[in-house]
Ligand binder design. Structure first.
Ligand code: TYD
Ligand code: MG
Length: 463
């Protein structure tokens, strides 16, 4: 018998190599290569089995999706869980993944679907304790503390097929199909493959919980992300009560919707109007804050953008950004410098999106620029104004999508002014005074006029 080829697998990205190396060639991480068994035992003598090929056109008997009734969860999944689909839910430890999924399982049970919750991390008693705290002790969720995938699949293949199976977490599962030690990438991948097969075979929706590493990746295998139908991430600042559920990948739904929850003493509460939450602790009247009228998925969302611009003591000034794209900030700073006469090269710049939200829209450019200039010139922005618009490299303010929805949300929350691109001219609802800006320089001049610190114009001496 020939010796089996050595199989070294990177514990960070899942790449395999024949030889050990100090650094993974695929992802560049150090000390992550670990020897593991081969993924599947060789079965060279097996002949192919003949299977039936079906036409594309055909009757689908059952409702393909089941909603949980938890609106924020259903929104992110695209209207509920598709039969036979597999979701991966990632998030920091302690963020509330187990809490969320126990609530989702209970919601399914309430709708008379069979929901099974398998915990590989906690004992049944601990899960019961959590259910009690959530007021769900009466829910007909079926529980087990198990880690052997074959046992789980064998148990659930009898009787009614569950409509929802929660595996908390995939890192604790192990399968006999592979030889590697529990917890290794190969085991996680093997266990996930087994559970995905179960989902596809039976039509049960499966949610796998995945731990997240320090740098925010779902621990171990990125490969599992490619195997599943949807990857959701549950995020939040440890110190704050908001939790945001976001789809990173979704074969059956949108990836730009977010679900907003608040962690309370009795579980997660849905937040139907997140703008109110994100604006609840505003620092009125101080310079450096602007309210951005954004859109997350289909829903408008107002959020405060905070900037701090301060003279630097370093040779290279600092640029730090939380909740927004760092390269977007660099671009806005470059445009301010090149087209608006705002000199920032001697200043440290900090930008923060309040409430732990992460914004991805370029429409936040104008709000970020307004906050930056406000901080630099010590000119507080009007407390009743919202800002949005994309800034182009030429310094022009470009139109953005869904202007009407942004303005309407602003009106609903009592804002009376909006600074927006020219294209918004005819879309303003009653009660919101619109100020359109064609060029960022106009806005900068407007803000600086009220400031106590003069703008240091490039190429012009002060005073
Ligand atoms: P948990 O769901 O165990 O997190 P994860 O599975 O992502 O590790 O949630 C743990 C945290 O949530 C813990 O710090 C306690 C807090 N919590 C509440 O604040 N209220 C609650 O009702 C529950 C169940 C947990
Ligand atoms: Mg947990």
């Amino acid at each position: 018998m020939a010796a089996r080829a050595q199989n070294f697998v990177c514990q960070s990205c899942g790449a395999a190599a024949a030889r050990w190396a100090g650094r993974c060639e695929a992802c560049g991480e150090w000390n992550t290569m670990v020897e593991e068994g081969a993924l599947a035992p060789a079965r060279s003598s097996r002949k192919g089995r003949v299977f039936v090929i079906e036409p594309l056109k055909g009757a689908t008997h059952e409702a393909p999706r089941a909603a949980s009734g938890i609106a924020e969860f259903d929104r992110v999944t695209g209207g509920g869980l598709v039969r036979g689909s597999v979701l991966l839910l990632g998030g920091d430890p302690g963020i509330g993944k187990s809490t969320l999924l126990l609530e989702v399982a209970a919601a399914f049970a309430r709708a008379r679907h069979r929901a099974v919750y398998i915990s590989g991390e906690e004992a049944v008693a601990q899960v019961r304790l959590r259910a009690e705290r959530l007021g769900l002790s009466e829910a007909t969720v079926e529980l087990a503390a198990e880690t052997a995938v074959e046992d789980i699949v064998a148990t659930l293949s009898h009787g009614a097929i569950p409509r929802l199976l929660v595996i908390d977490s995939i890192q604790t599962m192990w399968t006999q199909a592979v030889e590697a030690a529990p917890g290794t990438v190969t085991q996680v991948r093997g266990s996930a493959a087994e559970l995905i097969r179960f989902a596809k075979r039976t039509g049960s929706a499966v949610i796998l919980v995945g731990h997240v590493t320090k740098d925010g990746q779902i621990a171990g295998p990125r490969v599992v992300e490619h195997m599943v139908d949807a990857v959701l991430s549950f995020e939040g600042e440890g110190s704050q009560q908001f939790r945001i559920l976001r789809a990173i990948k979704n074969r059956f739904g949108p990836t730009d919707e977010i679900g907003v929850f608040e962690m309370t003493g009795a579980g997660l509460r849905e937040v139907a109007n997140p703008s109110e939450l994100f604006l609840s602790e505003r620092d009125l009247g101080s310079p450096g804050t602007a309210v951005f009228a954004g859109i997350e998925g289909t829903r408008p969302l107002l959020v405060e953008i905070q900037a701090l611009v301060a003279p630097t003591t370093l040779g290279t000034p600092r640029r730090a950004v939380v909740g927004w794209d760092a390269s977007r900030l660099s671009m806005v700073l470059a445009v301010l410098e090149a087209h608006c006469g705002v000199r920032l090269s001697g200043h440290d710049v900090y930008l923060n999106v309040a409430g732990g939200l992460r914004i991805q829209e370029p429409a936040a450019d104008v709000a970020a620029a307004a906050a930056l200039v406000s901080s630099l010139t010590h000119a507080p922005l009007p407390a009743d104004a919202v800002y949005f618009g994309e800034v182009s490299l030429s310094g022009a303010v470009r139109p953005v999508a869904q202007t009407a929805a942004r303005l309407k949300e602003a009106q609903k929350l009592g804002f009376t002014r909006a600074v927006a691109p020219e294209s918004a001219r005819n879309e303003s609802p009653d009660g919101v005074a619109l100020k359109t800006v064609g060029a960022l320089a106009d806005l900068v001049a407007d803000i600086a006029r009220d400031g106590t610190a003069p703008l240091r114009r490039v190429g012009r001496p002060d005073g």
